[in-house]
Design a protein around this ligand. Sequence first.
Ligand code: CA
Length: 230
Amino acid sequence: MRLLLVEDDRMIGESLQRALRLEGYAVDWVRDSGAADATLASERFDLVLLDLGLPAGAGSGAPHADGLSLLRAARARKDATPVIVLTARDARGDRVAGLDAGADDYLVKPFELDELNARIRAVLRRHAGRAEPLLSAGGVTLDPATRQVTRDGAPVTLSAREFAVLEALLAKPGAVLSRAQLEDRLYGWGEEIESNAVSVYVHQLRRKLGSDFIRNVRGVGYFVDAKPSS
Ligand code: CA
């Protein structure tokens, strides 16, 4: 999963980026509304964490003074990316305005990482139209909260990136994801993409989950079968 963090406070931004990367998310971080606007207009994210009090950005000519107007503009151009707003304590008006501007949820600073992670999972689940917290297909089940994976009920140990590839594929069984789409889920900006990485992780996953669990559409990408295995 690829997240965009929009936060001007360096300490908060650095610690959130580090913590969320440890959770296995690819996290890109921008620090003003101009950069956030440009990034959202040109790249695809699974979720945005949006601080509301933001500088406009030097020389950007950004029309958006803060996170709220940025969010309104994104919704106005039909950008449906899920957004969790980060607000200051005692700013009830901000929380109401954030939700009414199109945010999916909010968190009041300071917050615990546990709660942030749970809200991210809940928002991603709702956005995908799922009530069920577990992802599963073909006898393989993945729990995004505990990061446990089982095959026919038996635990399977995966690396963080193998987990990320499996999570992306299981989120939409039957849908083909291209190599580039999978790389997007694995790497944030500034992280060097290892050549052939996706093939390597798919190979490892097939070894652990069954050779025909992940299917290949030559020249297009990968998918897992929506139907249970026979
Ligand atoms: Ca701020």
